[in-house]
Ligand binder design. Structure first.
Ligand code: RIB
Length: 306
């Protein structure tokens, strides 16, 4: 039976060119890495795939692809995950790509060549068609993010923004965001407060009433104005690759909310999915399906380290 809960993701898709190396090169340094591997990625696509696999809601994605050979490699995983992909095809443009170095200690560095992602325009927004949540990131033009957020707000659709990559944002956009998801660096950029300012004070300054801060191996917290903070510890796993772990968190968190879950439960599912995503190489490879996610949560709550 089709899921009656629906969400829309509007965002990027990139083909990730991944090289593992002893360490991430410093400026001016050349590092000899190991073999090159290609994976589907892009914050938007990673989040859409994670949301669809988590199964809380049926997922539609608005995405722009080029007319190159990468496009098919980016489209296939969206279809495989059961996503209703609304693809804007950009003639004469390359699809997005990302160049990722993963160090043996898990650290990574990512450079994105946005390609077609920069051609996703305000007029490309499809009808919301019953979606309760719109999930976006910042790898498409800011004017489009603003236009989509405004349209969603007008239509009564909840707007979830993962403000990544980090940049400061105009008040007009922040005023249309219902849930902001950031890591500590992104929060600091948005808040612009002095070093040492507490996370809750920074959340307060940003002026969005619900902020989720992801803290890597320390877990995540959910801040809401005038309400107690929800702290979600990370689930310890054997880490292979943290690329896209934040995206999995965003996708699953939003899918859970769209499916009607309470925020604390959505945080737990998102943290578990994000941990599982770190156990495989590639931004979408470790994204768990619903059954795997539920089994992991049961194992971990019964004290079995899996
Ligand atoms: O968040 C990880 C993603 O960032 C990668 O998949 C890469 O494509 C960049 O968008």
């Amino acid at each position: 039976m089709p899921n009656t809960k629906k969400m829309l993701v509007a965002g990027s898709a990139n083909l990730d060119f991944v090289v593992r190396a002893a360490h991430v090169p410093a400026p001016g340094e050349t590092v000899l890495g190991r073999e090159l591997e290609l994976f589907p990625g892009g914050k938007g696509a990673n989040q859409a795939v994670a949301a669809a696999r988590a199964g809380g809601a049926s997922v539609r994605m608005l995405v722009a692809l080029g007319d190159d050979s990468f496009a098919a490699q980016l489209e296939a995983p969206l279809r495989d995950a059961g996503i209703d992909a609304r693809i804007v095809r950009i003639a004469g443009s390359a699809s997005g790509s990302a160049f990722i170095c993963i160090a043996d200690d898990g650290e990574n560095s990512i450079t994105v060549a946005p390609g077609a992602n920069l051609h996703l325009l305000p007029e490309h927004l499809p009808a919301f068609e019953g979606a309760s949540h719109l999930l976006m990131q910042l790898e498409i033009p800011l004017a489009s993010v603003q236009a989509y957020a405004q349209a969603a707000r007008k239509a009564g659709v909840q707007v979830v923004l993962n403000a990544a990559p980090a940049q400061s944002l105009p008040r007009e956009l922040l005023d249309n965001i219902d849930v902001l998801i950031v890591n500590e660096g992104e929060l600091a950029t948005l808040a612009g407060t002095q070093a040492g300012t507490s996370l809750s004070a920074q959340c307060n300054v940003v002026g969005v009433s619900c902020v989720v801060v992801t803290l890597g191996a320390r877990g995540a917290l959910l801040w809401r104005r005038d309400q107690p903070m929800i702290e979600q510890p990370a689930f310890p796993v054997e880490v292979v690759d943290t690329t896209g772990a934040g995206d999995v968190f965003c996708g699953v968190f939003t899918a859970e909310l769209a499916g009607g879950a309470e925020p604390a439960s959505a945080m737990k599912h998102a943290a578990a999915a994000s941990a599982l995503a770190c156990t495989k190489l590639g931004a979408q490879s470790g994204t768990p399906a619903r059954g795997e996610l539920e089994r992991f949560l049961v194992e971990r709550s019964s004290g079995n380290p899996a």
